[in-house]
Design a binder for this molecule. Structure first.
Ligand code: TRP
Length: 476
């Protein structure tokens, strides 16, 4: 299996079907599912958010992922090249994708660093007592130095993996550790559910209260669906470009979407019952997993220690298999379009990312520049998850629906008629009409509602960046 040498002339293909599904699922399943989903659900009122999220995953997420795989396999190029080879005027969509990758990598390694840091912290018994855990997380992430060192270590792991090409140890590690992480999540869930008062957590997560829904919640659910499924920036276009012509795209998409969603829901079931049992606030924010999991296991003695350790090792690996796909999008752009050598591309991209991460990390301790009272970490998160990915996904759909040929798409998705996809017409109309309009409406309403908190202005900034990128890249 090879995602490594993107530039290799006869394109490598994925060695096995399972290999591809696991790699794409590796990109999708990451911090987005285990760290972001639970606290975002908590901040947005629980049940109703989860329901809207699931609806978006099934209708929009599935369709956009199938579109990205189809474009990738059809053009056999990674993100910028796949648009450029069809129509130069569309290269801007690829460039926006590269920019999104850069921006996400401006904060993702900070959180990846936290996960990595928790491995030795747990192993050395630093988090043995429940009392110490909450304070210790807050103190750790707002420290000016420690998290930076861990972020750097995490980024170095990414650099090593992507310099060698992704096909190597990381995939094997992912294949063993991802199922392990899934099992540990089940253990966490069972343990959490056994605590007194846990039922309230399940109720919070699954009983929708639509009075809590406003346009900001709907945009948050849409953003979470795109982020968690790795959509909207061409990561899945790049992966699809290595997919063999005989594989069944629809089935593959179903498997990746199913796994990603199962992990997110399981993470929710693992966190909320325990939180309610511990009397924590559902809107506890980004510290959620880092506080709940150690606390849950601290009560279990040595066995608990081992579980907690496996959890954070698993979380680190899940984060790695995702962030390498983000870095790879930027790197393959630099190689293909700017003619850089792989190592140079990896190092230059990571230098920019490291600098962004320093600001993102410091902002959590209240240090550094702010825009409309929002720190750098939150700005990068807002820009990407609420605007860039959704708008990118919208353009990808418009490109497939209006620029590509319906017959070509049908041939690509059905492998020239060999695979039946009775819902092709439905998918095509969703991609051509419904999704672009739905995304535009949700994004506009969400941006407008964000103005009370100053977030709207940052989201408008994202649109300005996207617009100017489109204009500039047309001139090039
Ligand atoms: N989906 C990953 C997660 O849930 C993050 C990620 C990897 C991503 N590649 C992406 C998000 C591409 C958007 C686009 O952690």
């Amino acid at each position: 299996m090879a995602t490594g040498n993107i530039t290799a002339a006869p394109r490598d293909n994925w060695g096995s079907k399972l290999g591809f599904v696991m790699a794409a699922a590796g990109s999708a399943v990451g911090l987005g599912n285990i760290w972001k989903f639970p606290y975002t659900a908590g901040e947005n009122g629980g049940g109703a958010f989860v329901l809207i999220y699931l609806a978006f995953v099934i209708v929009i997420g599935f369709s956009v992922m199938l579109t990205e795989f189809a474009i990738g396999r059809h053009t056999s190029r990674s993100v910028v090249g796949s648009f450029k080879s069809t129509d130069k005027r569309w290269s801007f969509v690829g460039i926006i994708g590269v920019l999104s990758g850069l921006l996400i990598m401006g904060f993702y390694p900070v959180v990846g660093g936290w996960a990595l840091a928790y491995v030795p912290k747990i192993a050395t018994g630093l988090l043995d007592t429940p009392e110490a855990i909450g304070d210790s997380f807050g103190g750790f992430i707002s420290d000016p130095v420690q998290p930076l060192l861990w972020m750097a270590a995490y980024l170095v792991l990414n650099i090593v993996i992507v310099s060698k090409g992704i096909s190597g140890g990381i995939e094997k590690a992912g294949k063993i550790l991802m199922p392990l992480l899934f099992l540990i999540l089940i253990v966490v869930a069972v343990k959490g559910l056994s605590l007194p008062g846990a039922g309230a957590g399940l109720e919070f997560l699954f009983k929708p209260d639509f009075s809590k829904v406003d346009s900001h919640v709907v945009l948050a659910a849409l953003g979470q669906a795109f982020f968690s499924l790795s959509l909207g920036m061409g990561a899945m276009i790049t992966y699809g470009s290595y997919l063999k012509k005989k594989e069944n795209l629809v089935q593959t998409t179903g498997m990746v979407v199913g796994m990603d969603t199962a992990v997110a829901l399981l993470a929710g079931i693992a966190m909320f019952p325990a939180m309610f049992a511990f009397n924590m606030e559902p809107a506890a924010g980004p510290g959620l997993v880092f506080v709940v999991v150690p606390q849950l296991f601290a009560e279990m003695g040595h066995v608990g220690l081992l579980f907690a350790l496996m959890f954070f090792v698993g979380l680190t690996v899940a984060a790695l298999t995702s962030s390498v796909s983000l870095l790879e999008v930027v790197v393959s752009y630099l190689i293909e379009e700017k003619g850089m050598k792989r190592v140079t591309a990896v190092l230059s991209a990571s230098c920019v990312m490291a600098a962004m991460c320093v600001f993102a990390s410091l902002s959590l301790g209240g240090v550094g520049p702010k825009l409309f009272d929002t720190g750098v970490f939150d700005i990068f998160d807002l820009l990407t998850d609420k605007v860039f990915l959704a708008v990118g996904g919208m353009f990808i759909c418009i490109f497939a629906g209006w620029r590509l040929n319906r017959i070509d798409l049908e041939k690509e998705i059905t492998n020239n008629g060999k695979v039946s996809f009775p819902l092709f017409g439905l998918w095509y109309n969703l991609v051509k009409y419904v999704i672009p309009v739905a995304v535009a409406v949700v994004a506009c309403a969400g941006i407008l509602s964000g103005f009370e908190s100053g977030k709207g202005a940052i989201m408008i900034l994202a649109l300005v960046i996207i617009g100017s990128t489109a204009l500039i890249s047309k001139k090039l």
